[in-house]
Design a protein around this ligand. Sequence first.
Ligand SMILES: Cc1cc2nc3c(=O)[nH]c(=O)nc-3n(C[C@H](O)[C@H](O)[C@H](O)COP(=O)(O)O)c2cc1C
Length: 426
Amino acid sequence: MEIKAIGCEPLQLKRMHVKDGHTLKVYQETGGYKSLKKAVGMSQDDIINEVKASSLRGRGGAGFPTGMKWSFVPRQSPKPKYVVCNADESEPGSFKDRYLLERDPHAVIEGMIIAGFALGASTGYIYFRGEYNYLIHIVDAALEEARAAGILGDNILGSGFSMNIHTHTGAGAYICGEETALLSSLEGFRGHPRMKPPFPAVEGLYASPTVVNNVETFTSVPQIIEMGGTVWRDLGTEKSGGTKLWSISGHVKRPGVYELPMGYSDMEKFIMEDCGGMLRDDKKLKAVIPGGSSVYIMNADQILGKNVTLDYEGLVEAGSMLGTGGMMVMDETVDIMESTKNLTEFYRHESCGWCTPCREGTDWLVKVFNRIADGGGRPEDAQLLLDICDNIEGKSFCPLGDAAAWPIQSAIKRFPEDFKKWINKF
Ligand SMILES: Cc1cc2nc3c(=O)[nH]c(=O)nc-3n(C[C@H](O)[C@H](O)[C@H](O)COP(=O)(O)O)c2cc1C
């Protein structure tokens, strides 16, 4: 398991290999909480403008511009405002946030306090996926240290601003990473998504203005305040600012968490050289899912010799999406019908059942996949799968339905032989 930066100084990964980097002492010795000190001397508008200038796009998957999201929160509100950190990290292929929480929890906390100050929110929550229960005591200890040092709680660093942050754990449901389902769960209800609009920035937790951001989004904020929005942006590209963490798994020689500048060129070099040189057992590249399971699968022809840049725009141009940066690499031994079946079983299991297209559709998809795998495949089955996807995509209540459809649509289009082979096999 490799954890390192390539093509940039480690920013997100700055404390990954520093002994006791999770403690307040070492965090402060390595520059931590200087940004908070600077931020409480700035105006709220200036902080939001720096975040806007940074071109930081949310790292939880959708890539929504963070500064713009923050500016949607009403300045004046009769209700309290909230800052929520999405630490649900359940996207298959994504495992970056856990390292930030485990080894650099104060960076998450610092980002949240700066957000709270900029937005006028005095309460924050960190929502962990159920399986990350083992990380909670680390973050709770960091919160306690921050409170004892006057960094959190009443009158933070003597600024007159007060804020507290609490941890909360889900029970292991993928849907609770979707921000409105997360808020329902945080309120103690079943984790069902809610209708948008109203968006959480206007009506979120307890029907109050709420900003929900990913762990990596929050850890980017102190860096932006420290170096200034445009300097941070220029580490990456104009539209995709800064650096980004990639979780890379599958058949590379050295899987792990890598930090790359946005716009890193190119994807082939990253997979075939930076992650250990060629693939494991020197097999050929067959497929890559670049952004966590909820994006289009790519075939080798879309990557090799194509100079695909690793940023939001580059991956869209190449026929997929950046998502969470959870890159899954598959060599020639992988059967794409089987890998897609496996993913579809995940989405069926995780469909919350709230809306009919997703609940029924994912179930039908798995039924067809099982029939194909059991030898009962019919020539029209690829089209049948596409028709079912068509009845889910854009028709489900939340994007989980789209996320179930996209891998199948792209797999059938880009790996037709792997489906034909099964149907003609028996
Ligand atoms: C089914 C589903 C699961 C999601 N899971 C996560 C997650 O585990 N972590 C996360 O940060 N965002 C997740 N998201 C995205 C959130 O809804 C939301 O866009 C994000 O937390 C906003 O933060 P950001 O702007 O910093 O990315 C998920 C979305 C969907 C539809």
